[in-house]
Design a binder for this molecule. Structure first.
Ligand SMILES: Cc1cc2nc3c(=O)[nH]c(=O)nc-3n(C[C@H](O)[C@H](O)[C@H](O)COP(=O)(O)OP(=O)(O)OC[C@H]3O[C@@H](n4cnc5c(N)ncnc54)[C@H](O)[C@@H]3O)c2cc1C
Length: 423
């Protein structure tokens, strides 16, 4: 086999799609019985449950036209995102809606924004945030929110993950709504987004139709990187090139023979956050929002979203996802998943984030692992060491978890396309 692709998430499928177009000899191996990886939807009692919100936002025209060419029924939405702060919903982004804050807090945020000092080469995310937004916006929102998401303080995270994910703003933009009272909602990387009418799994399912060489239920159980062979319970697949889309860390346990000690150390330095994903279907009055950021510690999730507002659920019903981050640095509270679910529902009702009369109809509670790669002090060097080792052995990492970075579906499709062009 010329190319073996491990994993049929969105990156493995995209690679298969483009290799097919190039008439390359390849095989795509996926351990699950269905393709899609994290881009999958479960239809349950009239609700659509994804692996938390999976929304499409485009910045590359070529990827937008590629996805649109797949003929998905895409619904388009103008973002309705908020921050739950001091018992109230503040429009997102926080830094442009200071007039919605309690006056004393809004004043401090504005004052410190004006006083901020630029930092040309920030060493960590705290330095970046404070230099970009001032001390108070950091302390009131960015620090508690990011600590909840990453499970460690921003000062332990290098700024490389942020890029477009954190909206950059000018003083004029911060001042304008203070006097006009206007609600600013169209800033950031996703003011508009698309969502397939029947759930995000429509995207992988439309790709898989155009792929000729896919084998499902084929778990990779060994990679002999010296002899260039991938082994599953059903067979052995020799390769010229191995496209690796599985989580980077999983290579360590599958490698036969074991990787050299210095590379093993780099694998062992990789850190990530897991997410407990609670998908809940309710009977009751739907909230208006698409999603809400929850920086406060007294609510477990760092974010909740109303997914039925993406797929347009039935009247009188709505679905909510809640995302709770945990890791070796922060455990989730004791108790089974059902107990955590009940706790989350009761706080959502208490803080009026859902209808207090809503009745739970059905749910899924599952763990996404890994969910977010932690950009700690070892991130850069560990990846580099591993990728140099991969390069020597014809292994190409592709996708969010194989490249071990923070990337959207569009990013991984874009990157996969670029790699496919070079193959
Ligand atoms: C909480 C959360 C919310 C997100 N929200 C958004 C969003 O709103 N918009 C957006 O654009 N992106 C979002 N993303 C990012 C998006 O999920 C990823 O960019 C994308 O799914 C990555 O696809 P992938 O193919 O690289 O990896 P994966 O989806 O992880 O695919 C890897 C594949 O490898 C398979 N596999 C694993 N082990 C084996 C094995 N041993 N043998 C064979 N196969 C194996 C898996 O089953 C899987 O199919 C979100 C991610 C998270 C965690």
């Amino acid at each position: 086999m010329d190319v073996v692709i491990g994993g049929a998430g969105i990156s493995g499928l995209t690679m298969g799609y483009f290799l097919d177009k190039k008439k390359r000899d390849y095989i795509l191996l996926e351990k699950q019985s269905e393709p899609g990886g994290l881009c999958r939807s479960i239809h349950q009692q009239g609700f659509i449950f994804d692996y938390t919100g999976h929304l499409l936002h485009f910045r590359y025209p070529e990827i937008e036209s590629f996805i649109k060419s797949l003929n998905l029924k895409l619904l388009s939405h103008k973002r309705r995102a908020y921050i739950f702060f001091n018992g109230k919903l503040i429009s997102y982004p926080f830094q442009l809606n200071l007039h919605q804050l309690p006056p004393e807090i809004g004043y401090h945020c504005l004052y410190d924004f004006i006083q901020r000092r630029s930092c040309p080469n920030p060493q960590n995310s705290e330095e970046f945030f404070v230099s970009e937004f001032g001390k108070s916006i950091f302390q009131y929102f960015l620090e508690p929110y990011n600590q909840k998401l990453w499970t460690i303080k921003p000062k332990y995270i290098i700024p490389d993950w942020m890029g477009r994910f954190v909206p950059h703003v000018q003083l004029s933009e911060v001042l304008k709504p203070l006097f006009s009272g206007e609600e600013i909602t169209d800033k950031g990387y996703n003011p508009f987004f698309y969502y397939p009418q029947n759930g995000i799994s429509e995207l992988p399912l439309s790709l898989v139709k155009k792929i000729s060489q896919i084998k499902l239920n084929q778990e990779i159980i060994e990679v002999n990187w010296k002899e260039k062979k991938v082994i599953t319970e059903q067979g052995t697949y020799p390769y010229g090139k191995l496209i690796w889309t599985l989580p980077l860390k999983s290579f360590l346990n599958l490698a036969q023979p074991a990787v050299p000690e210095v590379i093993k150390k780099s694998f062992n330095n990789l850190r990530s956050v897991k997410v407990l994903d609670l998908e809940m279907g309710f009977e009751g009055k739907s909230p208006e929002y698409h999603w809400v950021y929850l920086p406060e510690e007294n609510i477990l999730p760092y974010r909740v979203g109303c997914s039925s507002n993406f797929y347009q659920g039935k009247p009188g019903q709505f679905s909510i996802y809640a995302e709770i981050a945990f890791s070796r640095y922060k455990k989730i509270p004791p108790g089974d998943k059902k107990a955590v679910l009940e706790k989350v529902i009761s706080s959502l009702k208490k803080y009026k984030l859902i209808d207090s009369q809503a009745k739970l109809q059905t749910y899924i509670a599952r763990v996404i692992d890994p969910a977010y790669v932690i950009y700690d002090k070892n991130w850069k060097q560990s990846r580099k060491n591993i990728f140099v080792f991969f390069g020597k052995h014809s292994i190409v990492p592709v996708g969010r978890y194989a490249k071990w970075y923070y990337a959207s579906m569009e990013d991984v499709i874009f990157n996969t396309l670029k790699i496919a062009e070079m193959m």
